[in-house]
Design a protein around this ligand. Structure first.
Ligand code: THU
Length: 137
């Protein structure tokens, strides 16, 4: 699975975004180490707080189906689904990534299939709190 295809799947997932409050549509496509792709979109709520980001939707779908190891995620988003800038994951989503991913996990933020940046989880969340932080050693 190349980056271009993963980004294409993130754009496809963005179509399903439920964002009547912010009007910002977001899509994500998460590649597991087993080679499967799990897509996600943001899902908002009238009470605002229960809203879920696209990245976490993808992670929760994957983990709930038995996946625990991940290689890459592609993320796209923008107002009314118009992707004009790189849509970087929020802090909560970075923390969810931190639970399951290594430092070198790649986060691809894209404007199009050919215009994207690739960042590592370590770059996005240095000195992160992770399962290792709770080890007794
Ligand atoms: N959103 C995401 O889906 N992913 C992020 O990483 C940042 C924000 C969503 C949440 C909300 O539905 C909308 O974008 C505006 O914040």
């Amino acid at each position: 699975m190349d980056n271009k295809e993963l980004i294409r799947l993130a754009f496809e997932a963005m179509e399903y975004a439920y964002a009547p409050y912010s009007a910002h549509k977001v899509g994500a496509a998460l590649l597991s180490k087993s080679g499967k792709v799990y897509t996600g979109c943001n899902i908002e709520n009238a009470a605002y707080g229960p809203s879920n980001c696209a990245e976490r939707t993808a992670f929760f779908k994957a983990v709930s189906e038995g996946e625990r190891e991940f290689e890459r995620i592609a993320v796209v988003g923008g107002k009314d689904g118009r992707v004009t800038s790189y849509f970087v994951p929020c802090g909560v989503c970075r923390q969810v990534m931190s639970e399951f991913c290594d430092d070198d996990f790649s986060v691809i933020v894209a404007k199009s299939e050919d215009d994207y940046l690739s960042k590592t989880l370590k770059e996005l969340l240095p000195d992160r709190f992770s399962p290792k932080s709770l080890s007794s050693e």
